[in-house]
Design a protein around this ligand. Structure first.
Ligand code: ZN
Length: 648
């Protein structure tokens, strides 16, 4: 396909993704998180899904499947989309088996899959809510009831489980469900029109297509994407026809679920942020798979809307808790924000699909930003508690309490009735390998630095990395094929000065840079590419149109956004300023919960004034030394204030 903007001819993206079984992460930063997920989070979530942890929100998700399968008596319990928790857990387990093989866990996952298979209806339908509770209402409320959404997640789980274990039981179940959906929805004879109220099935269908090669699944995904917005009154008409509601969501609010216009007419990212990025992900997958220029242009338009005008510094998206949604350009309140963990995860999915079509560093930059900030901030450092909302400013007593701020919590709760984020984070972290590479006929792309061994098609590559805390990454490349090939390494755009050594000899790196990637072509024979750079503390300023950040600065070092907590800086963060001529110094945190992280000491001013509410007394300032920590680690030392943007 031609990518008009760059003027470059692009091929269809076919099979660019590397097999994640061939990637072994051995990284000081990511291995720690992956081990935490394997040792703590997955077993914990398994217990939650099986209702084995007292005193937290009941899940009942596995029980729902057992009841639908006729294995036990009982009622459905939970959200209408409760099934998706099991799907996300299974997908996480699949990836986890590549990180840490665990035959016992695999056996238990097999047992859950057996229950799921039994819960499937003879016609292929799979959904425990409607099977147990309202069988007469199947497929009548696409707007609110998430049948297609749950199917999409289970398709993703099925594909992952098959790719990693080679077992196709769940894959077959989900092909039958996809066939069931395909018989019902579309343009052919005897089919009805329909679109999901929460996009996700499009991603699932594309993944089924990639693994089975069944064109119908690709066509069905294409149908759901292209059908959206053709009739902007679809959900209203559907609602009138059925005469009942599940959540009471207004069917007229078509921006909420991005059905107000066709995807080609949508110029801005609007509505519920997770729905939006899941849709864009599937659009980009379709665009790349079908060589569909027009659809790629639509993706690019929406990408720019997010990355250039509607995204937080942390790669959080969704500026308002009201409907968990995008608002308007440059409206990025720090303390009333939503920035759902899942939305930043979805942004990573979108970025990766864009990279597969067009390896441009701007996509990789956002992907990295989301990985190191707005996604992993969702998990407490011990893996036991989770955020749904990821604010850039928290004020206990207001956050979580005052109307308008109630959704913003100062501490991570254990589990949620609507538990979308924790299992989503599990599957993201355990499948990290998927995001690090792409491989075409001539080029191996490295999108993100991470220590690992990667057995790719053309070469075995060992990456040793001191990133993200220090600026040294070393690739050792052992070619497996005859033909020379190009290794293209993404250099994050904030790294302005860097040195590249090949087998110890420095090259003029800038001559090899194209769109954020360092292109090195040769026949690789145990060659070593070493990249060195300084990780300085950087001051970041927001566009002056962002009201909340006017007069403020934020600190970054490497890929990390930093934040200031009351714990280190006292309770009056709002009256602390960073000095204009700041002297900043990175330091290793040596004790407590944050041990091993790099903090920043920076010069600042603290203002104190009259106790009166208003007075003519001018506040006086005193010099102080402020301490910042990586944003993702905030809220790990008890409830306290937090700010990313500080007055300067
Ligand atoms: Zn979520």
């Amino acid at each position: 396909m031609s990518v008009k903007e760059s003027g470059e001819e692009m091929d269809k993206k076919e099979n660019r993704q590397v097999n994640i079984r061939q990637i072994r992460i051995k990284d000081d930063f990511w291995s720690g998180l992956q081990n935490l997920v394997a040792d703590e989070v997955i077993p914990y979530q398994e217990k939650v899904l099986n209702d084995e942890i007292p005193g937290i929100e009941k899940s009942h998700a596995v029980a729902n499947f057992r009841i639908a399968a006729g294995l036990e008596k009982g009622e459905f319990y939970g959200m209408v989309f409760q099934d998706s928790d099991v799907a996300k857990w299974l997908e996480g387990v699949a990836y986890s088996l590549t990180v840490k093989p665990d035959p016992e866990l695999e056996k238990r996952a097999d047992e859950v899959i057996e229950i799921i298979e039994k819960a499937q209806q003879p016609d292929g339908y799979l959904n425990t809510y409607f099977t147990i509770k309202e069988p007469e209402h199947r497929w009548q409320n696409l707007q609110e009831c998430h049948e297609l959404y749950c199917a999409g997640h289970m398709m993703e789980a099925a594909v992952a489980y098959y790719e990693i274990t080679g077992k196709d039981r769940l894959l077959k179940v989900m092909c039958r469900m996809a066939d069931h959906i395909d018989r019902r929805f579309g343009e052919g004879e005897g089919k009805v029109s329909g679109i999901p109220g929460h996009q996700e099935v499009e991603i699932g269908l594309m993944r089924l297509y990639h693994v089975t090669g069944e064109e119908r699944y690709c066509k069905l995904a294409n149908y759901f994407i292209n059908e959206r917005g053709k009739n902007p009154h679809f959900f209203e008409e559907e609602s009138r026809k059925r005469g009942w509601t599940h959540f009471g969501i207004d069917p007229k609010d078509t921006k909420y679920n991005q059905s107000y216009a066709t995807v080609y007419e949508q110029k801005d990212a609007v509505g519920h942020a997770v729905r939006a990025v899941y849709m864009y992900t599937a659009m980009a997958d379709l665009a790349g798979s079908n060589g569909d220029d027009k659809l790629y242009e639509a993706c690019l338009m929406l990408w720019k809307s997010i990355a250039e005008r509607r995204m937080y510094l942390t790669a959080g998206i969704g500026s308002t808790g009201e409907l968990e949604a995008f608002t308007v350009d440059y409206d990025l309140p720090n303390d009333m924000v939503y920035a759902e963990t899942c939305a930043s995860i979805g942004l990573i999915f979108f970025a990766k699909q864009m990279l597969e079509i067009n390896p441009d560093g701007r996509f990789a930059d956002v992907m990295e930003r989301a990985f190191y900030n707005g996604t992993i901030s969702g998990m407490q450092l011990d893996g036991k508690r989770f955020f749904y909302v990821n604010p850039l400013e928290v004020n206990p007593g207001i956050s979580g309490e005052v109307p308008g701020y109630r959704h913003v919590l100062a501490q991570r709760p254990q589990w949620y009735a609507c538990a979308c984020c924790p299992p989503n984070l599990v599957r993201l972290l355990m499948s990290l390998g998927k995001y690090l590479w792409d491989e075409t006929e001539d080029v191996v792309y490295s999108h993100m630095f991470a220590g690992q061994t990667a057995e790719l098609g053309k070469a075995d590559i060992r990456v040793e990395s001191q990133y993200p805390w220090n600026g040294m990454v070393r690739y050792t490349v052992e070619q497996k094929t005859e033909k020379p090939f190009t290794l293209a390494i993404h250099i994050p755009s904030y790294i302005k000065e860097f040195t590249v050594l090949i087998n110890g000899k420095e090259i003029q790196a800038k001559d090899y840079m194209r769109k954020g990637y360092l292109y090195l072509e040769r026949t690789w024979n145990h060659d070593v590419v070493e990249i060195r750079f300084e990780l300085a503390v950087r001051k970041i300023y927001a566009n002056q149109k962002v009201r909340e950040d006017a007069g403020c600065t934020a600190l970054m070092r490497g890929p990390f956004v930093y934040c200031f907590e009351g714990k280190d800086n006292g309770p009056d963060l709002q009256s602390c300023h960073i000095a204009e001529d700041m002297k900043a110094e990175a330091f290793a945190i040596e004790e407590g919960m944050l041990k091993g992280l790099t903090g920043i000491h920076v010069d600042g001013w603290k203002y104190t004034g009259s106790d009166e509410l208003y007075s003519e007394e001018k506040p006086h300032k005193e010099k102080i030394r402020l301490t910042a920590i990586p944003y993702y680690a905030w809220g790990n030392r008890g409830e306290n204030k937090m700010r990313v943007w500080m007055l300067e």
